[in-house]
Design a protein around this ligand. Sequence first.
Ligand SMILES: NC(=O)c1ccc[n+]([C@@H]2O[C@H](COP(=O)([O-])OP(=O)(O)OC[C@H]3O[C@@H](n4cnc5c(N)ncnc54)[C@H](OP(=O)(O)O)[C@@H]3O)[C@@H](O)[C@H]2O)c1
Length: 145
Amino acid sequence: MKVAVTGATGFVGSRLVEQLHIEGHDVVVLTRNVNQAQQRFPSQVFTRVTVVAYTPMAAGEWQGAISGCDGVVNLAGEPIAEHRWTPEHKQLLLDSRILTTQHLVEAINQANPKPSVLVNASAIGFYGTSETASFDETSPAGGIF
Ligand SMILES: NC(=O)c1ccc[n+]([C@@H]2O[C@H](COP(=O)([O-])OP(=O)(O)OC[C@H]3O[C@@H](n4cnc5c(N)ncnc54)[C@H](OP(=O)(O)O)[C@@H]3O)[C@@H](O)[C@H]2O)c1
């Protein structure tokens, strides 16, 4: 399979790319920082990984990299614990997830051939918190940011 991964240089993404590579899949790493991604996934070791520059919060030529992929995994998002949650930073937390997802969905719709699956991770705080309840994608939004 060929899988495009955003947020591939992060905590979850790095392990995912390693595992996909070990299992023999081709991986397209979409990143804001090509140098950093190439250091993380050196081509001598990660022979099936292609690093592509992208602008997650803006449409662009990068969207063409989705064509021919079987799946897309979106793990991109401004870290939630690095800065005080000012109104501006909260907007960045939202935009870096929502706009990125919108542009990926746009790219999937334009792709030929199209990927058949999008796996999208985001901040689970969306659902609120509970010591007893379980949440899944059908759960309503919680009352917190
Ligand atoms: N780790 C957890 O326990 C956990 C739990 C629940 C939910 N999640 C969610 O799962 C996703 C991945 O988690 P993670 O822990 O792997 O995150 P992470 O280590 O912070 O990595 C996120 C990646 O997103 C990209 N990114 C950072 N800031 C961005 C911005 N402003 N705009 C667009 N892209 C940006 C970066 O990739 P590039 O620099 O290569 O572009 C970065 O490597 C996040 O949405 C996170 O909220 C994580």
